[in-house]
Design a binder for this molecule. Structure first.
Ligand SMILES: *[C@@H]1O[C@H](CO)[C@@H](O)[C@H](O)[C@H]1NC(C)=O
Length: 524
């Protein structure tokens, strides 16, 4: 078994061929929440340590300068985030929820393209040269324009797995009958009505994007990349991805097909062996004795401070009544009524904490990175989902048998206590977590090594166009063979009509001119 927690840089350098000169790489990850960037940063840093020059467009520039790594900061995207957060309650049906999501990404895309440094350094006519574009593929299609602008191959990274929109970029096959939409919290085995639900939700999302928001990205593309937009339309550009790396793995979700240039790298961010814990945290964890420790974090995009006061009090009361100690990622560490078995901090070294054997349970918002980390470190989870794919991740943890879920708005102190007790005392949860962890870690290369390998493969083979499936050059009608099916249906109709005509003639009915003319009409 390849325990990739133990090895990071050294094996990559030994394993991978080093025929490659350092490449100039433009990475574009403008999502305003930190978790997307946390997911890719170790991969970008490893690329830079391997001699590639990285220019990274993001909202989270490095605090200390890094060799071969240059930031273009786009803090304007935080405004898009505040806007969407203020509107979230207003979205009541599927169409409006899609509106909200897509509007948000239009706003992020605009913020990037209007940023002064982006304009000066990336969009000005005297342009730098780049060998490769790496971009987060999440409805920010106008940004794919940089591939045409620099005439460079483009790699997409999805930090949450694939969806219909990402599948289209490489012509991936994803039958709706067993591939659920990320936001539906359905699994690969669906009942008839669940399949109906999945079909309707996916269609609504597809229509909302194609009719309303994709055209806006086309406009932005034409506005900001005028010199290439008249040669390569955005739709063509969007079908020309060299590679898509998806932060998912069949051992974490369910098996599904991928075209050759779509590669699973679930847990891309897990790249180091656990570091020693800070002294105070280590003492707290080890002082808990055999009762163990619960780690509670709602992730980097949700602040515990956003919880209503009444919820915070309920959580504190519940935690105070537990025999376990609790580490709680909480932005306000001066809480007056903090019980003595609770340790509050704005930030925790999450993977290192989850690696500690005395940490027995992870109470999480169910974000994908947290879910993968909990599996990696074989910890059962109690999921309190808030947004997007979190409901799906928690649902999967429940089905797989290593977790339980609760509604953070509705749950009572008693329900929370029961869930915690079950997760800690029923051994099946910990056993399942261990089994999943074993399956997940049993891979030929670590997710990060895999990602680096394929990234450099694209560089070595000048875009690796030979991996691209022919689906990308077919029309909708051709792809689904509608023309072929149409021909056979046509032949079938002609044969049936001919048969009817002959039978009628044979029986002598066909002599009536009235009936004959009716049949003729039918056969047209
Ligand atoms: C597609 O990508 C290849 C190599 O990455 C490039 O040579 C080609 O011009 C691109 N085509 C379009 C339509 O963008």
């Amino acid at each position: 078994m390849f325990a990739f927690g133990l090895c990071s840089l050294l094996p990559i350098i030994i394993v991978l061929p080093s025929l490659l000169e350092g490449a100039r790489i433009l990475a574009i990850f403008p999502f305003p929440g930190p978790s997307q960037y946390i997911n890719v940063l170790p991969y970008l840093k490893t690329l830079s340590s391997r001699g590639h020059e990285i220019t990274s467009v993001s909202a989270f520039p490095q605090k200390k300068p890094l060799n071969n790594f240059r930031d273009i900061a786009v803090p304007e995207v935080f405004k898009s985030y505040d806007e969407i957060n203020s509107k979230i309650g207003g979205a009541t049906n599927s169409w409006k929820i899609n509106d909200l999501r897509n509007e948000f990404f239009v706003s992020v895309t605009k913020a990037v393209l209007h940023n002064a440094d982006v304009q000066l350094e990336l969009l000005s006519p005297v342009k730098d040269h780049y060998d490769l574009i790496i971009v987060e593929v999440f409805r920010q299609d106008a940004l794919y324009g940089f591939a045409a602008h620099f005439n460079a191959p483009i790699i997409g990274i999805s930090t949450f797995g694939s969806d219909w929109n990402i599948d289209e970029l490489v012509g991936n096959t994803a039958p709706l009958s067993y591939i659920p939409l990320v936001t539906t919290a359905l699994s690969d085995y669906m009942t008839y009505w669940e399949r109906v639900h999945n079909f309707v939700e996916t269609t609504v999302a597809w229509l909302n994007w194609k009719l309303k928001y994709h055209p806006l990205h086309v406009k932005l593309y034409e506005q900001f990349f005028p010199h290439v937009a008249n040669k390569v339309p955005l739709v063509e550009l969007s079908k020309n991805f060299s590679l898509i790396l998806v932060n998912q793995h069949f051992s974490l979700s369910f098996p599904r097909p991928y075209v050759p240039n779509m590669i699973e790298v679930g847990g891309l961010h897990i790249s180091h062996k656990p570091a020693p814990l800070p002294k105070d945290i280590e003492d707290f964890i080890e002082g808990a004795g055999s009762a163990g420790v619960i780690y509670f974090s709602l992730g980097s995009n949700i602040n515990s401070n956003d919880l209503p006061e009444e919820r915070t009090q309920m959580l504190l009361r519940t935690f105070a009544s537990l025999p376990q100690r609790v580490l709680w990622k909480f932005e306000n560490d001066q809480l007056p009524e903090k019980p003595s078995n609770v340790f509050l901090s704005k930030w925790f070294p999450q993977p290192d904490i989850l690696a500690h054997p005395n940490v027995k349970l992870f109470i999480t918002h169910g974000g994908l990175l947290s879910t993968i980390e909990s599996i990696h470190h074989d910890k059962p989870v109690l999921g309190l989902p808030f947004h997007y794919d979190q409901f799906l991740n928690v649902e999967r943890a429940k089905r797989a048998g290593f977790g339980l879920g609760l509604d953070h708005k509705e749950m009572t102190s008693e329900e929370l206590k029961i869930a915690i007790r079950r997760l800690l005392t029923e051994s099946s949860f910990a056993k399942t977590a261990q089994q999943l962890s074993g399956r997940y870690k049993d891979q030929p290369m670590s997710p990060q090594e895999t990602a680096i390998w394929w990234t450099e493969y694209v560089l070595r083979h000048k875009g690796a166009h030979h991996m691209r499936v022919a689906a990308q050059d077919l029309s909708f009608v051709e792809y689904h063979n509608l023309d072929v099916i149409g021909m056979f249906v046509g032949i079938f109709i002609i044969i049936v009509c001919a048969f009817v005509v002959i039978v009628r003639k044979f029986l002598g009915i066909g002599n009536s001119p009235k009936v004959f003319s009716k049949i003729k009409l039918k056969s047209k």
